[in-house]
Every structure is written in C-alpha cells, then in structure tokens.
Design a protein around this ligand. Structure first.
Ligand SMILES: Nc1ncnc2c1ncn2[C@@H]1O[C@H](COP(=O)(O)OP(=O)(O)OP(=O)(O)O)[C@@H](O)[C@H]1O
Length: 339
C-alpha cells in the first residue's frame, strides 16, 4: 500500500501553525512557535523533548489555559470536530469544550483533586456542569461507571471516599476517570505517570490503551521519557525550543530517527529496571526564548551544524510515510550529538 492509497480518517484534533505568545516585562516570548500536528481518533500522539521545549505550553494552548495576563494565542488554528477553538469566546470554550470534548490529565493528581470533596462528587462534577447528568443520582451512577472504566475496584463503594483514601496510582486513575467521564474526543495527558513508580507507570499506560480501544478517544501524551513514548504512542512529535523538529509514525521515528536532536534523545532511552544517571546524553542547554538563534535552534549543540545551519531555519523535509524532519543535514547522518 502506498501513502496515496491510504485513506486517513478525519483527525480528532488538528493543530495548524500554532503560535503562543507570552508578554513579560523583559520581552515577548514564543514558547510555541509554529507548531502543527494532528491526531486521529483512537490514536496517541506523543510529544517528546527536554524540559522547557514547550510541550506543556502547547497543550495548555489547545485549551487556552495560558498565563494571565500576557499569554495569548498569536496565530494558528486548533480544530476539533470541524470547529477552530481559537475562534471561540472564553464562555463557549468553557461551556462546550473544556472537559467535555477535550479534557486534560496533569502530572500531579492532587492538584486536580479537591481534598475536601468525595471522589464521587468530583468525578460527577463535569457531567453535571456539561449537562450530561441531570440529577445527583445520575451523576453518581455515571461517576461509578467512569471509575470502573479506569479499573478502580468496587467503584460504587469508593464514591464516598476522599482523595487521601486512594494510593498515588489510584488517584491518577480517579483524575483519568474525570477526564473521560464526558466521553471527550481528545484527551491531553501531560506527564500523567511521571510522579508514579515505574511499574505503576506501565500499568497506567496499558490502561490508557484499553480506554482508547473502548472509547476511541484521541490522546496527546506529553512525556520527556522516550521509553514511555515508545510503549504507547502511534505517532511521535519531537519538540525543541518551541518547534516540532521531527514527527512521524512512532516506528519510523524510533527506527529511523532523522534529526540529530531525536537521535540524541533516543541514545538515552531508559529501560525498565535500569538505573539512569542522566536522562539525556546531550551536552549544553536549549537556547533562551529571549535569544533564539537565527538559524536552526539546535545548531549550537549539534555536531553536524555548518554555516547554513547557523544562517537559516530549515524547512520540513518529507521523509516519506508521513515522516518529516526540519534539518539541513538530513542526508549526512553521522554522529548525533555534540557531547
Ligand atoms: N508563565 C510563564 N512565564 C514565563 N515563561 C514561561 C511561563 N511558562 C512557561 N514558560 C517558558 O516557556 C517555555 C516552555 O515551557 P513548557 O512548560 O511548555 O516546557 P515543557 O517542554 O513542558 O517542559 P517540562 O517538561 O519541564 O514541563 C520554557 O522556556 C518556560 O520557561
């Protein structure tokens, strides 16, 4: 089958040339600077990259949950179900979209759970807010159903428990139940397992897969852990300094990484049970958002960089099978990092 023969379903989420600006006293930053990707229903896109590359800011931008004052979507489109969310009013976004058709799970479950309300009330809250449950009893029944979907044992019996009565892994399941309760088309998971120990991480990833098979939800998974990304993602987008430098089917990116930055990340995939001293074997720091290099943003750390790389940002090269990378030196190969 060639790429031309393949019929892609309409994406559950399509992001086009998204630019997010933060106006600070010391200047304007663009932590997201022209990001495009799409996720098909029932698929998981992993956004990977070092700390500070703009992964969280990209996801917060999708829901327009930006720092205030100063944060704004400066350009681009975020399309879910044919609607460009960037064009909606704050009221419309809150009423019909956030938590309803596009939901989010964050790293720390306790920051999403209120310690003084029962789990049943909290999982039921988005259902009532979005008009999907018309009484407390209906919200409780649907909350129990959501808790069952995330494999919390005896869900009805746990509805009146408080968050502190759950273990860390179970709390993350409760938050995931809140995120899927309204049957969204898209779920954003920002480092959902990084506060959990590694065996529980694997279980959570299996759970996301099962939820996805049952509901068809499209997942955007942010992680700095290439091992986690490899275990669950259908597609991978590699972010560096506010831009996606490589993206494609997970297999293509993992087996034939094209961008020197991707190769550096992959050279340090942590394996289950292995002690890691450092996450990435990559020397140096990403550039400051206030002083972006004119050319390729990775050039200052790249062993392959030459004058062309310093002079201009490379466009995306099509590597076939929906695999793209932005690098002037793609055909050269060679040592991936400047370490
Ligand atoms: N409120 C803010 N004010 C100023 N700069 C910010 C703010 N929030 C984020 N940034 C900057 O935006 C950039 C992107 O941050 P972001 O949190 O999206 O990165 P990330 O890839 O998700 O990193 P991590 O893995 O550490 O969460 C960083 O350089 C960060 O310093």
């Amino acid at each position: 089958m060639t790429v031309m023969d393949r019929v892609d379903p309409t994406p559950a989420l399509e992001v086009r040339h998204l630019v997010t600006e933060l106006k600070l006293r010391r200047g304007a930053l663009r932590p997201v600077d022209g990001v495009s990707f799409s996720v098909a229903p029932g698929q998981t896109l992993g956004i990977v990259g070092e700390s500070g590359s703009g992964k969280s800011m990209t996801c917060l931008s999708l829901l327009r949950l930006l720092p205030r004052p100063g944060g704004r979507i400066a350009a681009g489109e975020v399309i879910v179900g044919g609607t460009d969310l960037t064009k909606l009013s704050e009221t419309e976004l809150a009423r019909d979209w956030r938590g309803r058709r596009i939901s989010m799970v964050t790293q720390d479950p306790m920051s999403s759970l209120n310690p003084v309300y029962t789990v049943g009330d909290q999982v039921g809250a988005p259902l009532r807010y979005h008009g999907l449950a018309h009484s407390r009893a209906e919200a409780r029944a649907r909350a129990a159903d959501a808790l069952g979907r995330v494999r919390i044992p005896s869900p009805e019996a746990r509805l009146d428990d408080f968050p502190y009565q759950f273990s860390g892994g179970m709390r993350q399941r409760v938050v995931s139940a809140m995120a899927i309760a309204c049957a969204p088309e898209v779920m954003i998971a920002d480092e959902p397992t990084s506060s959990l120990d590694v065996t529980i991480q694997v279980k959570m990833m299996d759970l996301y897969r099962q939820i996805q098979e049952e509901t068809g939800v499209a997942i955007v998974l942010i992680t700095h852990d290439m091992g986690v990304a490899a275990s669950i993602c259908d597609r991978i987008a590699v972010m560096y300094a506010g831009r996606i430098v490589e993206q494609g089917p997970a297999r293509a990116v993992f087996e034939n990484p094209a961008h020197p930055y991707t190769r550096s990340l992959l050279s340090a995939i942590p394996r289950l049970g292995e002690k890691r001293k450092r996450l990435y074997a990559l020397a140096g720091q990403p550039p400051s958002l206030l002083a972006m290099p004119k050319g390729c943003r990775f050039a200052p750390r790249c062993a392959l960089a030459d004058a062309k790389c310093q002079a201009a940002y490379p466009g995306d090269s099509d590597l076939g099978s929906d695999h793209r990378a932005a690098c002037w030196r793609l055909s050269e190969g060679g040592a991936p990092d400047a370490a």
